[in-house]
Design a protein around this ligand. Structure first.
Ligand code: TRP
Length: 337
């Protein structure tokens, strides 16, 4: 593959907390692979995080470094991938400003992800304008880098749809193919539940295992995992469906036959929770140990992490700057050339 027809991938994470095993399974593991096959941009979405964290700007900015540490600790290689801080690329804000004219408030209000988030946050009465319009800023993130592929969870599909609408609208308006449509790449792994059995692992729900978890934290999380409440005695038959320990084994135990055997033994009865938890604990300890060690080393050298972010952000500004020149030229906004 030549440089020019390599796919360009853009991913983003709101910087509201360190990443956890749900992120690892849902996206991080794939990104480590993809960086060898594609030109990859990883966006630390602090500007977007601010849209629903007014007054909590400290939390948002502090977590930029935490997420960057997670990226580097799992094996994102800054010589292969470009890690950038959203707020430090003014071209993204500039492009958003132009795209905002190409979408109606009604269309933004119909975006299913936005609708759901408004409900969850109780914003019904007072929606911050920046929050309502964040799909447009997300479209700017994607199109500024001419991303061809955007790996996302299914909750983000409406964002991709809206991005492509904006691309078509923009290109039509200027009668030139300036911006590039993108394709969503859905991760094929089912979502990792929280240790409490809730559908989604989330730091704010307190049901997550972070990538820097200590051995004791991992053991405690595994011991706390929701299993089958009716599996009282070892000899009782147990349920595998909705059982968090088995959901995790499906995600983290590479030996599928071993998982199948454990499942049928558990269903038959005679297999205690503590034994299955022991197997899982071992897997998770082995997975997280090198990540945690690398994270600690990097933590001790914040200057180096910051310089990785500075270099990535500068590279990103160059790429976004080129797109912006084309965008502005197409609109006639190039008075001084
Ligand atoms: N909306 C994403 C999230 O909530 C973060 C994000 C910001 C993003 N910009 C993006 C994702 C661009 C993909 C592409 O996690």
């Amino acid at each position: 593959m030549t440089q020019s027809n390599r796919p360009t991938i853009l991913t983003g994470d709101r910087t509201t907390g360190p990443l956890h095993l749900g992120h690892y399974i849902g996206s991080l593991r794939a990104r480590v692979q993809l960086q060898h096959e594609a030109r990859q941009f990883l966006l630390l979405a602090d500007t977007q995080a601010l849209t629903d964290n007014v007054g909590r700007h400290r939390k948002v900015t502090e977590n930029v470094i935490e997420v960057a540490l997670d990226y580097l600790a799992v094996g994102i290689d800054p010589t292969k991938s470009t890690i950038l801080i959203q707020s430090q690329v003014p071209e993204l804000a500039e492009l958003s400003q132009y795209l905002l004219n190409l979408v109606t408030v009604a269309r933004l209000e119909r975006n299913p992800t936005i609708k759901e988030e408004i409900r969850l946050r109780g914003f019904e009465r007072d929606i911050p304008a920046g929050f309502l319009t964040y799909p447009v800023s997300q479209a700017a993130d994607i199109t500024a880098f001419k991303a061809t592929h955007v790996p996302v969870g299914d909750d983000q599909l409406p964002m991709i749809e809206q991005t492509n609408e904006l691309v078509r609208r923009f290109n039509n308006t200027v009668d030139r193919s300036v911006l590039v449509e993108c394709e969503a790449v859905l991760s094929n792994v089912t979502r990792l539940p929280g240790i409490d059995g809730k559908a989604k692992m989330s730091k704010s729900l307190g049901n997550a295992i972070t990538l820097g978890a200590t051995p004791d934290e991992i053991t405690k999380a595994v011991n706390d995992m929701y299993t089958d409440p009716n599996h009282l005695r070892v000899s009782d038959p147990g349920r595998v469906e909705g059982n968090v320990v088995f959901a995790f084994l499906d995600a983290f135990e590479p030996d599928v036959r071993n998982v199948d055997e454990l499942k049928s033994h558990y269903r038959r009865g005679g297999l205690g929770d503590s034994v299955v938890k022991g197997v899982l604990n071992e897997r998770l300890q082995a997975l997280i140990e090198p990540i945690r060690t690398r994270r600690r080393e990097l933590e001790a050298d914040r200057g180096e992490v910051l310089s990785v972010l500075r270099r990535g952000t500068m590279r990103a500004r160059e790429v976004a700057g080129e797109t912006l020149s084309d965008v502005k030229a197409a609109m006639g906004l190039s008075y001084f050339l």
